[in-house]
Design a protein around this ligand. Structure first.
Ligand code: HEC
Ligand code: HEC
Length: 394
């Protein structure tokens, strides 16, 4: 109606349609913002399960302001694209300047709203975007680059507003959308391992038992097994014949909401990087929730189920251990430590190790779980530890 009424409706009615459209769009943001911020920061809802407490959760208002400010900038950018197609140079110059009045102020207030937003997340969650989780960190870098680019390019339109080119306006639009895309991606990434903060994991597993959860919570699955709990599985019992297909089903139930085998976030890529054999795999599965700043839920199920999943994963990238070949220290770190510790001075564990002498390191790393119970019992050989200690000192 807004578009087709352009030349047909009188000015007042036409503007009225514009306002109806604005109010409807804003109301949709008000609602959806309540849902996605609740998923990120469930806040006190966890204790009292009250609807409005969940809706107006800790990031509700900061996120609403961030989104509103960004929408104002986008409105200006759309006008910029429209302006770039104008033949009349005076009109074009006028609209370009007018657009900047939406974009520039929005970009000036945005950092403050973003700061407010991030301040209302748990610091541990935000740490994922600051280096602890590779994906979120990559997108955080993108957001910095593209938001600055959007702002600077928008300002540049004011240098020769009457001559602003269509392609230039498209570049600004693309930068703005890349910023928004990176922002949404980070929000979804740092929320992991949860789909609803502190309540439900990304694979639909409940953190604590709930009425009507069908036994799909940590405690009960660890007791009863995942194959006995999940509805749509074929193999309830693991035997030597069906171990690998049963493992594949466990992968589908527990891992496939976040991983494919060899495409999006494909486990094959990870396993190629790490080179774990089936027994190392089983150990690592016990510590999934300690990797990359806790971005994954813990493995749940019985010991035979863990072994079945490990056996299946080992078929995706088969590794045969050659004990006579000693891995270099760097490779030992890459394959045994790097998913939980970063080889980076900002990583406390890494820099502490660097300060110890080599014999201490070799002795200390003989038994990882005693150092910290969240670590897998990797039982590295003497030579592997010696190489690792040597590399740490290089
Ligand atoms: C809630 C989502 C989620 C679930 C469920 C999940 N993962 Fe992950 N996993 C991730 C993310 C995200 C990463 C990569 C982090 C990054 O690179 O930013 C990852 C990384 C990994 C890695 C690579 C670690 C490394 O760096 O070497 C392995 C192996 C892995 N997952 C296995 C599994 C298995 C097996 C399951 C099922 C038991 C599982 N994951 C369930 C999200 C998930
Ligand atoms: C599955 C994750 C995981 C793996 C794999 C892992 N660690 Fe850890 N490690 C942890 C966690 C969690 C801690 C507790 C401290 C922290 O949160 O950083 C820890 C702590 C440590 C500490 C400090 C112990 C203390 O409290 O004084 C050292 C040293 C260490 N790890 C070395 C290693 C080395 C070397 C490797 C590889 C051979 C390794 N870790 C593999 C998760 C892991």
């Amino acid at each position: 109606m807004y578009l087709y009424g352009w030349n047909k409706l009188d000015r007042r009615t036409h503007l009225w349609f514009g306002w109806v459209y604005f109010i409807a769009a804003f109301a949709s943001m008000v609602i959806i913002n309540g849902i996605i911020t609740f998923m990120l920061t469930s806040g006190k809802w966890i204790e009292n399960h009250e609807f409005w407490v969940g809706f107006f959760n800790p990031t509700y208002f900061p996120s609403l302001f961030v989104r509103f400010a960004f929408s104002l900038a986008l409105a200006g950018i759309y006008a910029l694209v429209t302006a770039s197609l104008q033949k009349n140079a005076d009109l074009k110059g006028k609209i370009v300047k007018w657009s900047a009045r939406w974009i520039v102020p929005a970009f000036i207030v945005l950092p403050f709203f973003v700061y407010w937003y991030v301040g209302n997340m748990a610091p541990q969650v935000w740490a994922s975007a600051k280096g602890l989780m590779p994906t979120a960190t990559r997108y955080a870098n993108l957001i910095v680059i593209f938001s600055i680019a959007t702002f600077v390019l928008s300002l540049l339109t004011l240098v020769k507003p009457r001559k602003m080119h269509f392609v230039f306006s498209l570049v600004v639009l693309t930068c703005a959308f890349t910023t928004m895309w990176a922002f949404e991606f980070i929000r979804e990434s740092v929320r992991k391992p949860y789909i609803i903060d502190n309540y439900m994991y990304g694979n639909s597993l409940y953190k604590t038992p709930m009425n009507g959860d069908g036994g799909f919570n940590l405690e009960q699955i660890n007791q009863n097994g995942v194959l006995n709990t999940a509805k749509w599985v074929q193999h309830r019992e693991i035997t030597t014949q069906n171990q690998i297909v049963a493992g594949k089903e466990i992968f589908r139930v527990q891992c496939q909401s976040c991983h494919t085998v060899d495409a999006y976030r494909g486990v094959k890529n990870y396993l190629q990087q790490r080179n774990w054999d089936a027994s190392t795999m089983a150990l690592m599965l016990g510590s999934l929730d300690a990797m990359h700043n806790g971005t994954m839920p813990p493995f749940v199920g019985t010991e035979p189920e863990k072994a079945a999943l490990a056996a299946y994963l080992a078929t995706i990238h088969p590794v045969t251990k050659a004990p006579e070949v000693t891995m270099s220290g760097k490779m030992t770190f890459q394959s045994n430590c790097a998913m939980c510790h970063r080889a980076d001075p900002s990583d406390a564990v890494f820099s502490n190790l660097k300060q110890m002498d080599q014999e201490t390191i070799v002795a200390m790393l003989a038994d990882l779980p005693t150092l910290n119970p969240r670590m897998p019992n990797l039982a590295l050989t003497d030579s592997a530890r010696a190489e690792l200690a040597k590399w740490l000192h290089e």
